[in-house]
Design a protein around this ligand. Structure first.
Ligand SMILES: [Zn+2]
Length: 228
Protein backbone atom coordinates (compact mmCIF):
# COMPACT_ATOMS: atom_id res chain seq x y z
CA UNK A 1 0.00 0.00 0.00
CA UNK A 2 1.39 3.29 -0.96
CA UNK A 3 0.35 6.89 -1.03
CA UNK A 4 0.55 8.26 -4.60
CA UNK A 5 3.54 10.38 -5.49
CA UNK A 6 2.92 14.09 -5.72
CA UNK A 7 3.50 15.67 -9.10
CA UNK A 8 6.83 17.04 -7.92
CA UNK A 9 7.92 13.69 -6.54
CA UNK A 10 6.95 12.00 -9.81
CA UNK A 11 8.91 14.53 -11.85
CA UNK A 12 11.95 14.24 -9.60
CA UNK A 13 11.93 10.45 -9.84
CA UNK A 14 11.62 10.48 -13.65
CA UNK A 15 14.41 12.99 -14.11
CA UNK A 16 16.63 11.07 -11.71
CA UNK A 17 16.12 7.99 -13.89
CA UNK A 18 17.52 9.92 -16.84
CA UNK A 19 14.33 10.46 -18.82
CA UNK A 20 13.90 13.24 -21.40
CA UNK A 21 10.87 14.67 -19.65
CA UNK A 22 8.49 17.36 -20.87
CA UNK A 23 5.82 18.93 -18.70
CA UNK A 24 2.56 19.64 -20.49
CA UNK A 25 1.12 22.85 -19.10
CA UNK A 26 -1.42 22.04 -16.40
CA UNK A 27 -0.44 18.36 -16.01
CA UNK A 28 -0.05 18.58 -12.27
CA UNK A 29 -3.77 19.10 -11.71
CA UNK A 30 -5.11 17.33 -14.83
CA UNK A 31 -6.92 14.24 -13.53
CA UNK A 32 -10.26 12.47 -13.12
CA UNK A 33 -10.79 13.57 -9.54
CA UNK A 34 -12.43 11.17 -7.16
CA UNK A 35 -14.55 9.19 -9.59
CA UNK A 36 -14.79 5.46 -9.06
CA UNK A 37 -12.49 4.43 -6.25
CA UNK A 38 -10.57 7.72 -6.48
CA UNK A 39 -6.80 7.71 -6.63
CA UNK A 40 -4.70 5.63 -4.31
CA UNK A 41 -3.49 3.76 -2.49
CA UNK A 42 -1.41 2.81 -5.49
CA UNK A 43 0.12 -0.61 -6.07
CA UNK A 44 1.79 -0.65 -9.46
CA UNK A 45 2.38 0.67 -12.94
CA UNK A 46 0.75 -0.35 -16.22
CA UNK A 47 2.16 -0.26 -19.76
CA UNK A 48 -0.09 0.50 -22.75
CA UNK A 49 0.23 1.09 -26.48
CA UNK A 50 -1.86 3.76 -28.15
CA UNK A 51 -2.91 1.62 -31.09
CA UNK A 52 -1.74 4.26 -33.57
CA UNK A 53 1.13 6.60 -34.25
CA UNK A 54 -0.73 9.67 -35.46
CA UNK A 55 0.69 13.03 -34.34
CA UNK A 56 -2.62 13.62 -32.60
CA UNK A 57 -2.17 10.66 -30.25
CA UNK A 58 -0.48 12.79 -27.65
CA UNK A 59 -3.46 15.10 -27.73
CA UNK A 60 -5.83 12.16 -27.25
CA UNK A 61 -3.87 10.98 -24.24
CA UNK A 62 -4.32 14.45 -22.80
CA UNK A 63 -7.91 15.24 -23.82
CA UNK A 64 -9.48 11.82 -24.29
CA UNK A 65 -12.09 11.04 -26.88
CA UNK A 66 -15.80 11.65 -27.29
CA UNK A 67 -16.60 8.53 -25.30
CA UNK A 68 -13.85 8.84 -22.72
CA UNK A 69 -12.41 11.97 -21.11
CA UNK A 70 -8.70 12.43 -20.56
CA UNK A 71 -6.21 12.19 -19.18
CA UNK A 72 -5.73 8.67 -20.52
CA UNK A 73 -2.40 8.10 -18.83
CA UNK A 74 0.13 9.73 -16.53
CA UNK A 75 2.51 10.16 -19.43
CA UNK A 76 2.78 9.77 -23.19
CA UNK A 77 5.90 8.26 -24.71
CA UNK A 78 6.78 9.24 -28.27
CA UNK A 79 8.73 7.10 -30.74
CA UNK A 80 11.92 9.03 -30.02
CA UNK A 81 11.75 8.34 -26.29
CA UNK A 82 10.47 11.77 -25.28
CA UNK A 83 8.17 11.53 -22.29
CA UNK A 84 5.35 14.08 -21.88
CA UNK A 85 3.78 14.25 -18.45
CA UNK A 86 -0.02 14.39 -18.59
CA UNK A 87 -1.31 13.67 -15.07
CA UNK A 88 -0.33 13.11 -11.48
CA UNK A 89 -3.72 11.84 -10.33
CA UNK A 90 -6.47 9.51 -11.44
CA UNK A 91 -6.32 8.83 -15.20
CA UNK A 92 -8.51 6.79 -17.58
CA UNK A 93 -6.04 4.12 -18.59
CA UNK A 94 -6.60 0.82 -16.83
CA UNK A 95 -10.36 0.50 -16.57
CA UNK A 96 -11.78 -2.52 -14.81
CA UNK A 97 -9.65 -5.63 -14.39
CA UNK A 98 -9.08 -8.76 -12.38
CA UNK A 99 -8.77 -8.37 -8.60
CA UNK A 100 -6.71 -11.59 -8.51
CA UNK A 101 -4.09 -9.81 -10.61
CA UNK A 102 -4.11 -6.85 -8.26
CA UNK A 103 -3.62 -9.16 -5.29
CA UNK A 104 -0.63 -10.79 -6.98
CA UNK A 105 0.86 -7.39 -7.75
CA UNK A 106 0.34 -6.13 -4.22
CA UNK A 107 2.04 -9.21 -2.77
CA UNK A 108 4.63 -9.32 -5.57
CA UNK A 109 4.14 -13.02 -5.00
CA UNK A 110 4.10 -14.45 -8.51
CA UNK A 111 7.05 -15.90 -10.40
CA UNK A 112 7.26 -15.01 -14.09
CA UNK A 113 3.83 -13.51 -14.63
CA UNK A 114 0.67 -12.79 -12.63
CA UNK A 115 -2.39 -15.05 -13.03
CA UNK A 116 -4.16 -14.64 -16.39
CA UNK A 117 -6.97 -12.09 -16.11
CA UNK A 118 -10.60 -13.19 -16.34
CA UNK A 119 -12.21 -9.76 -15.97
CA UNK A 120 -12.45 -6.59 -18.04
CA UNK A 121 -14.00 -3.18 -17.80
CA UNK A 122 -17.66 -3.56 -16.90
CA UNK A 123 -17.58 -7.28 -16.18
CA UNK A 124 -18.99 -8.53 -12.86
CA UNK A 125 -16.42 -8.31 -10.10
CA UNK A 126 -13.99 -6.17 -12.06
CA UNK A 127 -11.71 -3.94 -9.99
CA UNK A 128 -11.16 -0.24 -10.66
CA UNK A 129 -7.60 -0.19 -11.93
CA UNK A 130 -7.48 3.56 -12.41
CA UNK A 131 -7.40 3.98 -8.65
CA UNK A 132 -4.46 1.60 -8.21
CA UNK A 133 -2.06 1.93 -11.16
CA UNK A 134 0.07 4.58 -12.78
CA UNK A 135 -0.26 4.34 -16.56
CA UNK A 136 2.03 4.96 -19.53
CA UNK A 137 0.67 5.30 -23.07
CA UNK A 138 3.33 4.42 -25.66
CA UNK A 139 3.00 5.52 -29.27
CA UNK A 140 2.70 2.22 -31.14
CA UNK A 141 0.35 0.74 -33.74
CA UNK A 142 0.08 -2.46 -31.79
CA UNK A 143 1.06 -4.74 -34.65
CA UNK A 144 3.60 -6.59 -32.54
CA UNK A 145 6.61 -4.92 -34.14
CA UNK A 146 9.44 -4.08 -31.77
CA UNK A 147 9.56 -0.56 -30.38
CA UNK A 148 12.54 1.64 -31.30
CA UNK A 149 15.35 1.12 -28.80
CA UNK A 150 15.08 4.66 -27.41
CA UNK A 151 11.36 4.24 -26.84
CA UNK A 152 11.66 0.85 -25.15
CA UNK A 153 14.48 2.07 -22.95
CA UNK A 154 12.43 5.10 -21.91
CA UNK A 155 9.48 2.86 -21.02
CA UNK A 156 11.76 0.74 -18.85
CA UNK A 157 13.09 3.86 -17.17
CA UNK A 158 9.58 5.24 -16.55
CA UNK A 159 8.50 2.03 -14.83
CA UNK A 160 11.76 1.78 -12.93
CA UNK A 161 11.51 5.36 -11.67
CA UNK A 162 8.11 4.82 -10.12
CA UNK A 163 9.00 1.42 -8.68
CA UNK A 164 12.15 2.87 -7.16
CA UNK A 165 10.25 5.81 -5.66
CA UNK A 166 7.82 3.43 -3.96
CA UNK A 167 10.29 0.70 -3.06
CA UNK A 168 8.55 -1.79 -5.37
CA UNK A 169 10.18 -4.57 -7.39
CA UNK A 170 9.50 -5.13 -11.10
CA UNK A 171 6.63 -7.43 -10.09
CA UNK A 172 4.61 -4.27 -9.56
CA UNK A 173 4.84 -3.66 -13.33
CA UNK A 174 2.15 -5.17 -15.56
CA UNK A 175 0.82 -4.73 -19.09
CA UNK A 176 -2.78 -3.79 -19.78
CA UNK A 177 -3.16 -7.26 -21.37
CA UNK A 178 -2.30 -8.77 -17.99
CA UNK A 179 -5.03 -6.74 -16.27
CA UNK A 180 -7.96 -7.11 -18.65
CA UNK A 181 -8.90 -10.22 -20.67
CA UNK A 182 -9.98 -8.16 -23.68
CA UNK A 183 -6.92 -5.94 -24.00
CA UNK A 184 -3.93 -6.71 -26.26
CA UNK A 185 -1.48 -4.09 -25.13
CA UNK A 186 1.40 -3.89 -25.18
CA UNK A 187 1.69 -6.25 -28.15
CA UNK A 188 5.37 -5.71 -28.88
CA UNK A 189 6.86 -7.93 -26.20
CA UNK A 190 6.36 -10.40 -23.38
CA UNK A 191 5.85 -8.47 -20.15
CA UNK A 192 8.06 -10.99 -18.36
CA UNK A 193 10.94 -9.69 -20.48
CA UNK A 194 10.03 -6.09 -19.71
CA UNK A 195 9.95 -6.88 -15.99
CA UNK A 196 13.33 -8.52 -16.26
CA UNK A 197 14.73 -5.34 -17.79
CA UNK A 198 13.14 -3.14 -15.12
CA UNK A 199 14.48 -5.33 -12.34
CA UNK A 200 17.96 -5.27 -13.86
CA UNK A 201 17.86 -1.50 -13.85
CA UNK A 202 16.58 -1.40 -10.27
CA UNK A 203 19.35 -3.74 -9.18
CA UNK A 204 22.08 -1.93 -11.09
CA UNK A 205 21.45 1.52 -9.69
CA UNK A 206 21.32 2.74 -6.13
CA UNK A 207 19.98 6.22 -6.71
CA UNK A 208 18.36 7.61 -3.57
CA UNK A 209 14.63 7.23 -3.39
CA UNK A 210 12.59 10.44 -3.36
CA UNK A 211 10.43 10.72 -0.25
CA UNK A 212 6.84 9.66 -0.66
CA UNK A 213 3.85 11.78 0.27
CA UNK A 214 0.27 12.42 -0.70
CA UNK A 215 -1.15 13.45 -4.05
CA UNK A 216 -4.29 14.60 -5.76
CA UNK A 217 -6.96 12.32 -6.94
CA UNK A 218 -8.35 11.19 -10.34
CA UNK A 219 -12.39 7.44 -13.53
CA UNK A 220 -12.16 4.33 -15.21
CA UNK A 221 -10.26 3.32 -18.30
CA UNK A 222 -7.47 4.26 -20.90
CA UNK A 223 -6.96 5.91 -24.46
CA UNK A 224 -6.12 6.23 -27.98
CA UNK A 225 -7.20 3.04 -26.84
CA UNK A 226 -7.94 4.78 -23.73
CA UNK A 227 -9.33 2.05 -21.58
CA UNK A 228 -12.00 1.17 -21.18
ZN1 LIG B 1 -4.26 -0.06 -22.63
Amino acid sequence: MATPLTASQMLTALIAEGLDTKERSGWRTHDRGNRGDGWGPVHGVMIHHTGGTAPSDGEIVWSGRADLPGPCAHAYLAKDGTLTLTSAGRANHAGGGDPAVLSAVIAESYTTRPPAPHKHDGSPGAQDGNARFYGLEVSDRGTGSAWPAAQYEAAVRWATAICRAHGWTAKSVIGHKEWSDWKPDPAAFDMAVFRRDVQARLDASTKPKPPTASAPASENHAAPQCET
